[in-house]
Write a protein that binds this ligand. Structure first.
Ligand code: ACO
Length: 502
């Protein structure tokens, strides 16, 4: 990124200059890292609505245009022409493999599919009814116990080995989570099978009978894994980066990523979609649920709709919409009632003013759940499958972070609104003393919602970006009141396309 442009901020009559960096695509960023040192102020951005936490060469998203690319390749091109291990190689190395590289890579991954026998003993400590994601978090993080002393994260060869191990062992562990929950014996990986085929084999085969995996299901699984492999700085990936920024064991960091993925606002949504479609039960009841989704007093939301980044049709949902039909045909379930409900729900929601206004479109999870269900995968395993795929992105992002010379431990700041210093209440008396009461009053005054007085601060960006902010010293908060058209210009602007040089 070239330090060609700058932004100036005037606050408390002091003006500071901050560099603006252009990426190759997407919005430019204002480097505020010296803000606190220069002004004594932090920025305030809960949920990282406008904050870039790193620079990255891995994945590009334009949510307004519905674009998702890994290393410059459109997601639908990859999903329709490549297999999951091609994409793992791409994410890790920056380019797709040639035939020789691919053969070596596939073999290397295959050689690491087995897990230490102690892992299977560890499973026995968990209740059989455990949610598979609980088993997944525990067992993946516990890989750190097997690969710790021997792993130097500052050695590129050892980083590579750790990445191979993580990608290779995830399907084996995921299948073990399932087998454990249904009381069947664990299946060893069959290294004659491809990555996705082997996973479906370990999931559905038993030691008693020969099992042949349906190739249509293998193809669907390859696509689903490719679509879920990376999604730039989402909650779980940021969690992996943050955990890894302290130099922690990467297997433990992936465990942290799995925990973050579990939530229904993130990777747990595909399970929530199926639960919702089952609850709706009949196309006749759709209007009732649409009404509930729009009612601000009802916590119900249409699961599988909306996305923090995509304000257009999620490009991954477009690929899965077709795959969904292929799978239902292949398994003889083309009249699956849940699909009929999903299609009608989608049709009604996309023509409803509430959803149009808020740009709420189906996301990837709207279809993946239906596909998994048709494959015979129970809904509580859906997020586990997401974790297998996303491991490729997590390890690529972790590796990129460790290899970044600018990398620092991640340490956000905060706006403190709690009590100021106070002493303990006198023994035997419930009421706080005078100093404590003073502390409480000061905290109340500091709450941003109650702030009254306001002083001005102006941010000027040159030559193109310009923004004006009003700072409220009493609240120590900032409010953006105007941004020039050019600074808000989207990724398509020519200036934003300049090659990063930093
Ligand atoms: N149903 C009904 N209303 C919705 C929905 C929905 N699914 N999603 C957003 N809205 C409404 C909000 O109520 C809000 O309305 P308001 O402006 O009148 O207050 C507006 O749309 C904006 O929503 P936010 O919650 O501010 O958007 P945010 O970017 O924070 O949330 C999220 C994104 C969490 C994905 C949200 O859309 C949601 O909860 N969707 C359902 C869960 C889901 O499908 N998650 C999967 C995401 S994809 C993934 O992780 C792989």
């Amino acid at each position: 990124m070239a330090k060609e442009k700058t932004a100036t901020l005037t606050i408390d009559k002091k003006t500071i200059t901050m560099p603006i960096y252009d990426g190759t695509e997407g919005p430019s960023v204002i480097d505020i890292s010296a803000l606190y040192k220069d002004t004594g102020y932090f920025t305030y951005d809960p949920g990282f609505m406008s904050t870039a936490s790193c620079d990255s060469k891995i994945t590009y998203i334009d949510g307004d245009e519905g674009i998702l690319r890994y290393r410059g390749y459109d997601i639908d091109t990859l999903a329709n022409n490549n297999d999951f291990l091609d994409v793992c190689y791409l994410l890790l190395n920056g380019d797709l493999p040639n035939a020789t590289e691919k053969k070596i890579f596939d073999r290397e991954i295959t050689l690491h599919t087995m897990v230490h026998e102690q892992i299977s003993f560890m499973f026995r400590g968990f209740p059989r009814r455990s949610h598979p994601m609980a088993l997944m978090v525990g067992s993946v993080a516990s890989l750190s116990a097997f690969y710790h002393d021997s792993l130097d994260i500052h050695n590129p060869e050892e980083r590579k080995l750790a990445a191979f191990r993580m990608i290779a062992k995830m399907p084996t562990i995921a299948a073990m989570c399932y087998k454990y929950s249904i009381g069947q014996p664990f299946m060893f990986p069959d290294n004659d099978l491809g990555f996705c085929e082997n996973f479906l084999y370990m999931l559905f085969a038993t030691p008693c009978e020969k099992y042949k995996v349906n190739p249509v299901l293998v193809d669907a699984m390859e696509k689903i894994f490719i679509l879920h492999a990376d999604h730039e700085q989402n909650a779980s990936t940021s969690t992996v980066r943050l955990a890894g920024s302290s130099g922690a064991n990467p297997f433990a960091c992936i465990g942290a990523g799995i925990a973050s993925l579990w939530g229904p606002a993130h990777g747990g949504a595909n399970e929530a979609v199926i639960n919702m479609l089952e609850e709706i039960g009949d196309v006749k009841r759709i209007p009732e649920f649409i009404k509930r989704a729009k009612d601000k007093n009802d916590p119900f939301r249409l699961m599988g709709f909306g996305h923090r980044v995509y304000k257009n049709y999620d490009p991954r949902a477009t690929v899965l919409r077709k795959t969904c039909k292929d799978v239902l045909n292949a398994v003889g379930k083309k009249d699956e009632p849940l699909l009929a409900i999903a299609m009608e729900l989608e049709r009604i929601a996309l023509s409803d003013e509430y959803f149009i206004e808020r740009k709420l479109y189906p996301n990837v999870d709207f279809y993946s759940g239906i596909i998994y269900r048709a494959m015979g995968i129970p809904s509580n395993l859906f997020t586990v499958l997401f974790a297998i795929a996303r491991t490729a992105g997590w390890v690529a992002q972790w590796k990129e972070m460790i290899e970044d010379p600018k990398q620092k431990i991640g340490r956000p700041r905060q706006l403190y609104i709690g009590a100021t210093a106070r002493s303990l209440p006198k023994k035997g008396k419930g009421k706080p003393n005078a100093k404590a009461a003073k502390g409480k009053a000061a905290a109340k005054k500091a709450a941003p919602a109650k702030a009254k007085s306001a002083a001005k601060a102006i941010v000027k960006a040159t030559p193109k970006a310009k923004a004006k902010i009003v700072a409220k010293p009493a609240a120590k908060s900032v409010k953006l009141v105007s941004v020039s058209k050019k600074s808000a210009a989207k990724s398509t602007s020519s200036s934003a396309r300049k090659t990063a040089k930093r």
